[in-house]
Each structure stands twice: as C-alpha cells, then as structure tokens.
Design a protein around this ligand. Sequence first.
Ligand code: MG
Ligand code: ZN
Length: 367
Amino acid sequence: MKYYQTVILAVALLFGAGCNRHLQQFGAGKKAQNVILLIGDGMGLTQMSTAYYYENGTPSFSRFPIIGLHQNKPTDELITDSAAGATAFSTGYKSYNAAIGVDDDTISRETILEMAAKKGLSTGLIATSAITHATPAAFFAHVPFRDQQDEIATQLPSSPVDFFAGGGLQFFHHRKDGRDVLGELKEAGFTVDTTSLNSSELLSISKKYGYLLAPDGLPKMQEGRGDFLPQATQMALDYLSQDKDGFFLMVEGSQIDWGGHNNDADYVIEEVKDFDKAIGVALDFAAKKGNTLVIVTADHETGGMSLSAAEVRMQRDYNHIKPTFSTGGHSATLIPVYAYGPGAWAFAGIYQNNDIFEKMVQGFGWK
Ligand code: MG
Ligand code: ZN
C-alpha cells in the first residue's frame, strides 16, 4: 500500500468509524499522560497465537485497534538478544548484543524511564525474571554487559524507579563483595518487601516500593507463580495513577523466552496466558482513564516456534496442533506491536525496534 493510501485508510478508520470509543482507542490528536509498555520476552506471532488456541475466551490481544511490526536487528549481528532489544526500546539506540542502556560505543544513553522521571512523572518496572535481568535492567541501568547483574543491582537505589517488582534478591544481599544493596535501597527511601506483594494495601505515591520475591527469577506459572504478574500490574497502576503528572510503567512477561529456549510448548503457553492477563489489566485501566497509551510487543522471537499440524502415522492431521521448534535460540522474524490509546496510530506499519522509543516520546507529546 502506498503512503497516501495508508493515510486515506487511517482517516477513513478514524472518522468513518465515527464513534468516540474508536477515537479514544486510536488516540487521534491527543497526548498520553501515561505510557504502559508490556514486553513479552521471546513472544513472536506464534507464541501470541497460542492465546487463540489454548485460552478460553477472547484474548486481550483482540482489544488492540492498531497493530504493526518491528525489525529488531542489533548493530553487530543479525539476530538480537534481550539486552540490545530492550536498549533499543528504552533509549532509541540500536546497540550490540549484551548492551544494557548503552549505545554501540558503550556510551550511556538516557532511557525513557529516566526522561519520564525528569519531567516529574512516576515510574515502575515489573518482571517475572530478576529485576536486574536484561529487559528491566535496560530501563534503569547502564553497563556494557548484561551479565554484570551485581553492578546492575547497585544502580537501582539511585535510579529514578519508584516502584519495582520481580526477582533477583541474591544480587542485593549476601553478595560476594559484602555490599548491602538491600540496605542501600532502604536508605534511598524504598519500602522493600522480600516475601509477598501485599496487594490489599494502597501504596502511597509519596513513597517508593520494591518487591524482590525470589533469589533469581520467579517460579514458572507451572510451578505455582499464581497471579503475580497481573496483580503487580494492578498494584503498580493503583499506585502510579495517583501522580497527576502521569507515569511510565514497563511490565515484562519474562519467561515466554525461557519456555522457547527449552523448546517447551506448555511452558510458553502458560506464560503467554499469564502475560495476556496482565495486558487485560493494563487495557481495563486505559479504557477507564482514556489518557493512557498501552503498547505490547516483544524484543524478539525465541525457539523458531510454529503451530504445526500433528502427524499421525505419517499423515498430517489438520485437526490437531503440535507446536514445534526450529532452534534453541532466538530467531530473526519480525515482531508484532499492539497499541491502544493516545498516540496508538503511530504504531501502525513496519519499522525498526528503536523507533518504538521515538513513538513513545511522541505519544507523551515531548516532541
Ligand atoms: Mg527479558
Ligand atoms: Zn532469550
């Protein structure tokens, strides 16, 4: 489709639809006060498609009016890892695999979370991995290599993060170097909980909160993680939405990637279902508030996963799906982006992963 045809189609969609609900979903001409970025690590189109075959009811993905695709090639190779992928989203710079919040020359680049905080917005990070793991780390830390999780942890207390929830306690206390980063978090004003989310209490926006609920990653859904991700998302929204200046929140379904690396379809499916619930929480919030841009995407696809037909006695059975994998690593396939709310229209089309940073900046109306 030519550019002008796309514009005509977009205009037709915006005004032809002729109802407020659609205008709100596409966000024509409005700025977003809040941005919620949900990253399903390793969630390509196949992983997302599992929601349509293995979930009861309509997946949250169906609620998005705008869908695009991004290409995620890092600077040094063809296939990205989560560090370069998240750094492209968080800073707008493509970088080399393993880079956390630094560009191709290892120069620290300001992240969207840091920019938001500077403008007076509140900020939050949620992950089912360690909070020091590549994806969440790329929003608050700046180190040359993702493996430096001890160093990444030390950068959290002085970062402008107001709320975080995930795993990774081992990087904060009983460290080899003897440094008590848990203590440093408390000195920096965080109320830290290492046992549970306490989701019944409303958190005060004048305070900061940190939840470190496992030594490293949180348990798999299959091992009883329960409602951590949707619950933490709801808690963060109840907390952050008290800030009249707005907020930036990143929520990661971290373990879709780990299921892919294991070539374990059931692991992937359960993690996608859980992530889809968290997306539902974000969309319910946005539908009610009307000033919130919600973006869902992935850094890359993991496993070269496919929803293949089952084979029975050398015959393809088109009535049964048997998920298959083509690699134990990541793949180069383009990645879907789903958008809702003010600024959502900008996410239609095909673009680079680091363009998502610019589109969020535009969505906030900062440019
Ligand atoms: Mg990740
Ligand atoms: Zn991975």
